[in-house]
Design a protein around this ligand. Structure first.
Ligand SMILES: Cc1cc2nc3c(=O)[nH]c(=O)nc-3n(C[C@H](O)[C@H](O)[C@H](O)COP(=O)(O)OP(=O)(O)OC[C@H]3O[C@@H](n4cnc5c(N)ncnc54)[C@H](O)[C@@H]3O)c2cc1C
Length: 512
């Protein structure tokens, strides 16, 4: 059922079993799991069902450090969340991404890839993806015309990406949520403060506010923060009545380790003759999948580099493609349409049957977890009185070293077969140069602000996404990531959310 929180009498007390804060990819995925269960689920959404500028303004915030997109247009603040904008690129993390890698400080998850496998398979349904298959051998059989470049399998592999339509959660799942008798969706219900008991070990209630001037209280047995990585940290930090540094923040980890994917043009690949590279291009007409060139775990270990993949764009097209960081400077998220349309047109034109001789190689790479890269609170407040979020995005030397390493490996492999030649872009040529070019950007992927771990000194949530020391508070979404891997985050964050949902069902079964 749906309730507009602006229409409720002021200071209404809302009560339920589980309160989910945020109705985006994570929050809606969680709520869908509880339909027709004996539990009363409260799903709080700050916005309404459509985009509103005043609501979006609550996301405004300063950025420092590495140049970044305006915070207010890098996410969406209404039912469905940022899936109203996402492009649908999906792939799985590799087993190495969960491991402690001694060359990457702060790496190592308390769970393994195999722990996520059953949830990845379920997440495929939420995101309208094809079969839960990411092996090149499987996909190659479906279209033999899409042939691989030749390389040593000890060094490189074809990592498969699948493309969601992209599923817009706000459209696709609205009816299921609104028609479910036990799901109580409150729109215009912005959580602004979470209140715990005196020693901050149990959450008792939270406050929601809206721009109509109403304020309500929500009481539940369990609370799940699912309002995106920046908001999850912001809300924990701002909830400081019982815990002066913010909830879950005794060790000063909330908001730290903010990660993005580096998405950046890096090299050129030249072939002796025209090559359509069909395997590496999105096939717009059929099943939406493609491969990117990826570095094996063995080579990552040998070169001591971060994980990253390379995709190809015909050089003549890429030359006319400005970086997203340069064309999406607007604080209006609706500008996305223009920016993406421009790209879509260019990509389609690039789909020439005979192919091209020269391609630009574009990297998608994890950044090293870095405690100085972080979300903090500003002294400026939003229209609901909440301190605004501030982002300081910071890269390390390891990113540049890794970027060079990736293309050294690819270059050697292409050289061996004499099939192609790789030329590094200027900014990667001098190994002493640690600077980043103006066009360095991310993928609007916000991760790591409530990182998972077993050590309360270095993490915020445990392997079940429970905030350390707070029995009934959980975080859902990419804020839990320890490292970012190469793939875009949504498939993995939905899988993690489904895993959290199963965990909650086990414990709620005992206690609710
Ligand atoms: C242009 C663009 C392209 C992208 N492309 C891809 C892609 O190709 N592949 C990919 O994997 N990812 C992509 N992403 C990222 C993807 O959109 C996010 O990973 C995903 O939406 C995050 O899900 P979430 O539920 O954590 O957050 P969101 O989807 O942002 O949802 C958070 C929800 O919480 C609500 N909320 C926030 N604060 C509060 C509060 N205090 N109280 C109540 N409700 C609140 C918001 O209104 C929103 O509905 C892209 C993002 C952008 C901007």
């Amino acid at each position: 059922m749906h309730i507009d929180a602006r229409q409720l009498p002021d200071h209404t007390v809302i009560e339920g079993d589980i309160c989910i804060i945020g109705a985006g990819a994570a929050g809606i995925s969680m709520a869908l799991e509880w339909i027709n269960t004996p539990y009363k689920i409260i799903l709080l959404e700050g916005g309404g069902f459509e985009y509103e500028a005043a609501m979006q303004d609550l996301y405004r915030g300063k950025t420092t450090g590495q140049r970044y997109f305006p915070l207010e247009s890098a996410r969406l603040h209404y039912f469905g969340g940022t899936t109203g904008h996402w492009a649908g690129f999906c792939s799985t993390f590799e087993p190495i991404d969960f491991e402690k890698r001694d060359w990457i400080p702060h790496s190592g998850w308390p769970i393994k890839r195999e722990d996520l496998d059953p949830f990845y398979a379920r997440a495929h349904q939420n995101l309208d993806l094809g079969p839960y298959e990411y092996s090149y051998d499987y996909w190659a059989k479906t279209d033999p015309a899409r042939v691989s470049l030749t390389f040593d399998k000890e060094s490189l592999f074809n990592k498969i990406w699948q493309f969601s339509p992209p599923t817009r959660f706000g459209t696709k799942y609205k009816d299921a949520i609104v028609n479910a008798a036990n799901i109580h969706l409150y729109t215009y219900a912005n959580a602004t403060d979470i209140q715990a008991n005196e020693n901050a070990s149990v959450i008792e209630e939270l406050t929601v506010k809206n721009l109509a001037g109403k304020q309500h209280t929500v009481k539940a047995k369990y609370f799940v923060l699912a309002c995106c990585a920046i908001q999850n940290a912001r809300l924990l930090l701002a909830s400081n009545k019982q815990a002066p540094k913010g909830l879950g923040n005794d060790e000063d980890n909330v908001g730290r380790y903010f990660m993005e994917h580096l998405e950046i043009k890096s090299a050129e690949m030249w072939f002796p003759r025209l090559d359509p590279l069909r395997l590496y291009a999105v096939d717009f007409s059929k099943t939406k999948w493609r491969a990117e060139l990826a570095i094996t775990a063995k080579k990552q270990r040998e070169y001591r580099i971060l994980n990253g993949t390379a995709s190809f764009t015909p050089l003549e097209v890429a030359k006319n493609q400005p970086a997203f960081i340069d064309i999406w400077k607007s604080s209006d998220p609706k500008e996305r349409e223009k920016a993406f349309d421009k790209f879509g047109e260019v990509e389609k034109k690039a789909n020439i049957k005979s192919g091209h001789k020269a391609y630009q190689m574009f990297t998608r790479m994890e950044q090293a977890p870095n405690p100085n890269s972080r979300i903090t609170l500003d002294s400026e407040r939003d229209a609901l009185g909440m301190p605004r979020a501030m982002l300081h995005w910071e890269l390390t030397l390891l990113e540049k070293h890794s970027l060079r390493g990736i293309y050294e490996i690819i270059g050697k492999e292409m050289g061996k077969t004499a099939k192609g030649r790789v030329r590094l872009l200027e900014y990667l040529q001098d190994i002493k140069d640690s600077s980043w070019p103006q066009f360095t950007g991310g993928g609007w992927h916000h991760m790591g602000t409530t990182r998972m771990g077993t050590d309360v000194k270095t993490s915020v949530v445990d392997a079940n996404c429970q905030v350390h020391g707070i029995a009934n508070l959980f975080t859902a979404g990419s804020s839990c990531y320890v490292t970012a891997a190469a793939p875009n985050p949504t498939l993995t964050l939905v899988a993690l959310t489904l895993r959290l949902s199963d965990h909650l069902k086990r414990i709620a079964g005992n206690r609710v």
